[in-house]
Ligand binder design. Structure first.
Ligand SMILES: Cc1cc2nc3c(=O)[nH]c(=O)nc-3n(C[C@H](O)[C@H](O)[C@H](O)COP(=O)(O)OP(=O)(O)OC[C@H]3O[C@@H](n4cnc5c(N)ncnc54)[C@H](O)[C@@H]3O)c2cc1C
Length: 340
């Protein structure tokens, strides 16, 4: 077995969380990881440390402290302003070798996945990717990452007891973000950064930020499956009536009816809405994992035997093309009573 660059003999009992920021705003998944990391660290009496890379982003350190970090390691450099694999892997790798934490967590975002994979190779540490839950064994300090495998048929518990840091990526929306506590105190530690353009193979020519949708935070999610036959307009109208947004199962995404960023499930987004209305969806595990933390699930399906009805709190047997407009119409006729 290949040994990691540092091991259990020299590890510092700390959980490090990578903070991802875009143009000076922290990603939601970073706050979720800080919140869950804080809870794990409290269980075992460890430190929670945030690793922040960027340029002129010191103000984000306070936010990380409010979410539970005791220390923020801040790497500030103009070449870190925009994420590049080379620069971030070099600086984060050096910081990890200096801090030698037991655990390192990153969001399973495009950049988080890219960076975590590179760091795992550099540190020879291994990586549990795309976790749907994380626990720490209080007796051994071993991180246990929960990962779904074989198309969702198996939930695997993965450990790396001998390698450090124990690394994992977690999908956005898996953990709730706690309420920040601005009265928390913490230390900001400046990381030495040695970077020059010649060290990097990437040059950022232009930064284009897409519109982007964040379905992880919507209160009401109206989901269309293959059974709505691409009629997402009617779902959008219903969602708008309820102050929510729309998502989809994989088939309509594959068929090009809706953007991939709206796919819910194992290979899509994990959401925790108050209400999920799922229309023309059969209820495959790979989909339901994406709404497993919804407070209430309402299913509309023309097949009374559809497996989604086993899962839903409220079941409507019927043609989505008839039920959805009827629901929207009913909502339109409801007299809205303003909150006192
Ligand atoms: C590794 C892997 C990862 C995957 N990841 C995901 C993922 O992230 N997200 C995801 O969604 N899937 C994922 N899948 C695919 C998943 O297994 C299912 O195939 C998919 O969720 C089925 O989508 P569906 O329910 O829309 O379609 P179907 O299973 O075809 O179901 C359509 C449903 O619509 C109903 N229906 C038909 N007509 C009407 C109508 N007029 N009114 C009302 N109901 C109607 C039918 O009764 C049926 O129940 C993954 C699969 C694999 C192997």
């Amino acid at each position: 077995m290949v040994e990691s660059l540092y091991g259990t003999d020299s590890e510092q009992k700390a959980i490090w969380v990578l903070l991802e920021q875009t143009q000076g705003t922290l990603e939601g998944v970073s706050l979720e990881l800080l919140s869950h990391g804080r809870a794990l660290a409290d269980e075992v009496g460890w430190q929670l440390v945030a690793l922040l890379l960027g340029h002129q982003v010191e103000n984000l350190a306070d936010e990380a402290i409010a979410y539970g970090a005791e220390e923020v390691w801040l790497a500030d450099h103009p070449l870190l302003e925009i994420y590049t694999s080379d620069a971030y892997a070099k600086v984060a790798g050096e910081a990890l070798l200096e801090g030698k934490p037991s655990v390192f967590l990153a969001g399973a975002t495009p950049n988080g996945r890219d960076l975590a994979g590179r760091l795992a190779v550099r540190l020879r540490a291994g990586l549990t990717a795309d976790c749907t839950n994380l626990k720490l064994n209080p007796d051994t300090g071993v991180l246990v990452g929960e990962v779904t495998g074989f198309g969702g048929g198996v939930v695997a518990l993965i450990e790396a007891p001998k390698h450090r840091p124990q690394m994992a990526t977690v999908r956005p929306g898996v953990f709730p973000a706690a309420e920040p506590d601005p009265s928390r105190k913490g230390r900001v530690i400046a990381v030495d950064v040695e970077l020059s353009p010649e060290m990097l193979r990437t040059e950022v020519v232009e930064l284009v930020i897409g519109e982007g949708v964040d379905l992880t935070q919507v209160p009401v999610l109206v989901v269309g499956g293959r059974g709505v036959e691409g009629n997402f307009d009617m779902l959008r109208t219903l969602a708008e009536q309820l102050g929510g947004d729309i998502g989809a199962t994989r088939p309509p995404v594959d068929d090009g009816y809706i953007e991939r960023e709206r796919q819910i499930g194992q290979t899509g987004v994990v959401c925790r809405p108050k209400v999920a209305i799922v229309c023309g969806v059969s209820g495959a595990f790979q989909f339901t994992v994406g709404i497993q933390d919804a407070d209430t699930v309402i299913a509309i399906n023309s097949d009374p035997q559809a497996p989604i009805f086993e899962y839903a709190d409220y079941c409507i047997v019927g043609d989505a093309a008839e039920v959805v407009p009827a629901l929207t119409q009913a909502l339109l006729s409801v007299e809205r009573v303003p909150h006192a």
